[in-house]
Design a protein around this ligand. Structure first.
Ligand code: BTN
Length: 266
């Protein structure tokens, strides 16, 4: 990604109240998650954003690494939510990522539980939430979002089999600053909405939008977590975004994490 994507984003205006009130850009860091955590631990404000052009140790869920070459978006945001709001952050990030892709490219992204951002059967983005909690208080949470804008999948057969990029899917060059601006604006409005939801039960929950984006529901799936694997029908998600899986023996189990492989619909 030539130049500084944050300067380009700000040049055309960023209209947010919390998310992005402070934004830091790095040419290269080990991981934006660590930079954001360092800032959070030293008291940075709610909504601080860290963006890097590349990462040398980008990480994903389940201890996996996240390919982080230049040309894609690597963003981490510091939040200071209440304890009940903490599980919603991942959901907000999924909805914001999907909205930003749809608004800037016209593509129709979907979500594979728990929060892989998909275009067709290929992954275009991922979300990682890490938090520090003391007793009943959330010290801080870091929401990490990686979006493939111009990921070179053709040169790597393995990546090409499961990942895609916005440029590839849209068949044109997508401006990363447009996606970043939209992502931060959507995340900001969803985060503000979350703060108001307790007082205004009529506000449409982001959870409803997230559920409509979920491709997983109604499908037979295999869920793996480390060496554990469990198969069944993905029946629903609960209010915290956990997957409710109907096993073949009829029992309903609630899964808080895992990797889903889609089978056929029921
Ligand atoms: C996943 O496994 O799907 C989650 C991937 C999250 C990647 C993002 S890129 C920005 C932030 N920094 C990281 O090291 N990881 C997250």
């Amino acid at each position: 990604m030539p130049g500084n994507v944050v300067s380009a984003t700000l040049r055309s205006g960023l209209f947010t109240r919390v998310v992005g009130k402070r934004i830091l850009f790095f040419q290269e860091v080990p991981s934006t998650m660590d930079e954001a955590a360092r800032l959070a631990a030293s008291g940075t404000c709610d909504g601080t954003v860290v963006v890097a052009s590349s990462q040398t140790a980008g990480r994903g869920r389940q201890g996996r690494s996240w390919v982080s070459q230049t040309g894609n978006l690597y963003v981490s945001i510091v939040f200071r939510p209440s304890m009940p709001a903490l599980p919603m952050l991942s959901i907000l990030a999924g909805v914001a990522a999907a909205r930003s892709i749809r608004k800037t490219t016209g593509l129709d992204p979907r979500i594979k539980w728990p929060n892989d951002v998909m275009l067709g059967r290929k992954k275009v983005g991922g979300i990682l939430v890490e938090s520090v909690v003391q007793g009943q208080t959330v010290d801080y949470a870091i929401v990490g979002i990686g979006l493939n804008i111009s990921l070179e999948t053709q040169s790597d057969q393995e990546i090409a089999s499961f990942a895609t990029s916005l440029n590839q899917a849209a068949g044109r060059t997508v401006a990363p600053e447009d996606v970043l601006r939209q992502l931060l604006q959507d995340l900001d409005s969803l985060y503000l909405q979350l703060g108001q939801a307790a007082n205004s039960p009529l506000i449409d929950s982001p959870l409803i939008e997230w559920k409509t984006l979920l491709d997983t529901l109604g499908q037979r799936v295999e869920v793996t977590w480390g060496k554990d694997r469990i198969t069944g029908l993905a029946e629903d998600v609960d209010d915290l975004g956990n997957l409710m899986l109907r096993r073949d023996d009829g029992r309903l189990v609630t899964l808080t994490a895992g990797d889903v492989t889609l089978g056929s619909s029921a």
